[in-house]
Design a protein around this ligand. Structure first.
Ligand SMILES: CC(C)(COP(=O)(O)OP(=O)(O)OC[C@H]1O[C@@H](n2cnc3c(N)ncnc32)[C@H](O)[C@@H]1OP(=O)(O)O)[C@@H](O)C(=O)NCCC(=O)NCCS
Length: 153
């Protein structure tokens, strides 16, 4: 387990397309549902990060080091959304996930988003525990509906 001081030696910066392969690795390792032929393709991510309502942040070790965490913050003008939160498996439970969420929240709140939300798969108990710790309230009465243009989008 790294020392606390090692975990303090990271910085949060915006995602760059050169980070793509490492970020996909982190998401796969974190068990996030990957859509490599859909919204997680390199081309689609490159398109998304150009949008004004998309804030894609990564945490890197030191200055220019390995990427160890991600969070994708978006908004629809009414609500802010926290997506794709992931931390390197060897560095979890040391506060990095919370730091990434707080940074995403700070930036979304600065854009006027007074309500922040996230969608969590119903078998992801850890993520539910983390978001509850961070002040999010569960809404089991809401059922998610989606319409997909093509399978794997
Ligand atoms: C979710 C995830 C990003 C959390 O990152 P992390 O760096 O371990 O989280 P933190 O250390 O900042 O923990 C934040 C809070 O959640 C709690 N927490 C973290 N992991 C926990 C666990 N496994 N069980 C219960 N609580 C947990 C922490 O104790 C902390 O609360 P505290 O400040 O009161 O101690 C990480 O577990 C991960 O990458 N999981 C795989 C990907 C994933 O499922 N992402 C979410 C998709 S919705």
């Amino acid at each position: 387990m790294p020392e606390k001081s090692q975990m303090d030696n990271f910085r949060v910066r915006e995602f760059r397309i050169e980070d793509y392969a490492r970020v996909m690795e982190l998401w796969a390792e974190g068990g996030l549902p990957l859509k490599p032929k859909g919204r997680d393709s390199r081309e689609n991510i490159a398109r998304q990060i150009k949008m004004p309502n998309v804030l894609f942040l990564v945490a890197e070790e030191g200055e220019g080091g390995r990427i160890i965490g991600t969070v994708l913050a978006t908004h629809d003008g009414r609500k802010g959304w926290i997506n794709r939160l992931a931390v390197d498996a060897t560095l979890r439970k040391q506060g990095l996930g919370a730091r990434l969420v707080r940074e995403a929240e700070r930036r979304l709140e600065a854009l006027g988003m007074d309500i922040l939300a996230c969608l969590i798969e119903d078998d992801n108990a850890i993520s539910m525990a983390v978001f509850e710790k961070l002040g999010y309230k569960k809404h089991p009465e809401i059922i998610y509906f989606a319409k997909r243009k093509y399978p794997g989008v």
